[in-house]
Ligand binder design. Structure first.
Ligand code: SAH
Ligand code: SF4
Ligand code: F3S
Length: 469
């Protein structure tokens, strides 16, 4: 860890002691422990950031809850598509109602949406009841911001354009004791023309391998069995470090850690996926049999205008090579429908790739115009009805192929990590196979966190019903 990062961490830890005092005062005033609720929108990165925020709130003395009637409510926002954005405004209105009934309530907003100027402007004007707004680059300063927020009534807004700092060793409250995300890099340099992430998460920065390994070892010692290495483009990990290291090398080192039984990672950009990575995955007994390989479009022309830097043929060659080298791997993907200028022929190319690769699962999104991205200025030539029609075609094919792929292990026995007691059906628990498929089986809370052999008795579309053997 860099000296400056270490100093900043110490500063925040001392701010955390301050926050503790303020929360103790509040406890006395209320005659009970104040509660805090953290709500996460968006991707795995945000989920991990929320665990950091929750860790700090818990350490400060708050009782964590999932009830938004809490004394401190924080929304960790996403802005990748417009509907993620709209959801937040809608829910803020509801929170305002709660706040009117609880004069001690504080409302905080952070995450990617806060990195957009027009969002903060709107909040400043029309959402005066919000107490604290901060962004993605100064998350590590949350202890300090919490102190300010608890000691004043004014709206606090602290947004940074970027940061060099990587401050990671603050308290964390994991959602699951047996699995955890680990950030290996921040930001993105790819600038796909539709995507807002590089603008709200900043330039790509890799964490030192030694720091990542130290965190993984500490997690293993704390009972964590599964680790998910997180980055917007993990395949370019390590390129800009003082001592360059590849993602494949990092994976091999994580693999050595005793106690870590499963390793996952997100997300892989096809243009940077190395033959070394395929080899390391193939030889590994811990790296899960799942690769998320976003396609976005099957049309070389659309891919060019998306700035994805691969062609249909290059993608197919890569995906089919992975299928051949690691036959039991599950391949999943992201697809965007309705990119400016997309035609039926482009969609045919996308359908063709789906047919050839046979994804185990695919997330299909309708293109959402994000202001500030190059594609937002491309002449719009796609009507809503066209998009809906094409979206339905893509979705149907994806679902038909996925159903077939997922069902191919029916009757077999596979190991599942049991993640939770099934909320909707009594007497069942939910586990995850190495290939990311979900299985429900009879069992109780004592099984949660263990890896058990499960017979995959019957496939119900995208998941299995099974039994422990
Ligand atoms: N870094 C990851 C993706 C992060 S965003 C990668 O490159 O694969 C997750 C997904 O959201 C993307 O894969 C893309 O399919 C989708 N997405 C991003 N911007 C979008 C937009 N403007 N409209 C619709 N979908 C979008
Ligand atoms: Fe967005 Fe592309 Fe970066 Fe993924 S690689 S976060 S899609 S710009
Ligand atoms: Fe959303 Fe930010 Fe992730 S925009 S998808 S939460 S990086």
């Amino acid at each position: 860890m860099k000296e400056q990062d270490r100093l900043e961490m110490e500063r925040q830890l001392s701010q955390l002691s301050e926050a503790k005092k303020l929360v103790t005062d509040l406890t006395q005033k209320l005659g009970r422990r104040p509660t805090a609720c953290v709500v996460t929108f968006g991707c795995q990165m945000n989920a991990r950031d929320s665990e950091k925020i929750s860790g700090i709130l818990a350490e400060a003395g708050y009782e964590l809850t999932e009830d938004e009637h809490a004394d401190f409510v924080l929304y960790n926002t996403c802005t990748v598509r417009e509907n993620a954005n709209l959801k937040v405004y809608g829910r803020l209105g509801v929170l305002n109602g709660y706040k009117k009934k609880n004069p001690h309530m504080k409302i905080a907003l952070c995450g990617c949406m806060m990195q957009e100027e027009q969002v903060v402007e709107k909040l400043r004007k029309s959402y005066r009841f919000v107490n604290l707004i901060f962004g993605t680059h100064n998350l590590y300063r949350f202890p300090e911001l919490l102190v300010s927020c608890l000691s004043q009534e004014d709206m606090i807004i602290d947004i940074w354009k970027d940061t060099e700092r990587i401050v990671e060793d603050l308290p964390v409250r994991r959602k699951y004791p047996f699995k955890s995300g680990v950030n290996i890099m921040f930001g993105c340099n790819n600038f796909c023309t539709y995507c807002i992430v590089p603008y709200v998460r900043g330039r790509e920065r890799s964490r030192e391998a030694a720091d990542i390994l130290k965190e993984c070892r500490a997690l293993a010692a704390d009972g964590c069995k599964e680790i998910m290495l997180l980055g917007q483009n993990v395949n370019s990990y390590g390129k800009n470090l003082d001592e360059p290291i590849t993602f494949a090398q990092l994976l091999s080192q994580v693999e050595e850690i005793d106690g870590i039984e499963r390793i996952r990672f997100m997300t892989s950009h096809p243009k940077d996926l190395s033959p070394d990575l395929i080899r390391v995955m193939k030889e590994s007994s811990k790296i899960c049999r799942h690769l998320h390989l976003p396609l976005q479009s099957g049309s070389t022309e659309i891919l060019r205008r998306m700035n994805r830097r691969y062609t249909k043929e290059q993608y197919l060659e890569l995906a089919l090579r992975i299928r051949e080298e690691i036959p039991d791997i599950a391949l999943t993907t992201d697809i965007i429908v309705g990119f400016p200028g997309e035609t039926e022929r482009d969609i045919e190319d996308t359908l063709d790739v789906i047919r050839q690769v046979e994804y185990d699962n695919a997330f299909t999104f309708i293109y959402s115009k994000r202001s500030g991205t190059p594609a937002a200025d491309y002449p719009e030539q796609v009507s809503e009805s066209f998009i809906q029609e094409q979206f339905d075609r893509v979705l149907k094919l994806v679902q038909d192929t996925a159903r077939k792929r997922v069902a191919r292990y029916e009757g077999q026995v596979m190991e599942a990590l049991i993640e939770e007691v099934n909320e909707s059906s009594e007497g069942l628990v939910t586990g995850r196979l190495s290939n990311n498929t979900i299985v429900h089986l009879p069992g109780d809370a004592s099984l949660v966190g263990s890896i058990v052999p499960v017979r995959l008795s019957s496939c119900k579309g995208f998941y299995y019903l099974g039994e422990k053997i």
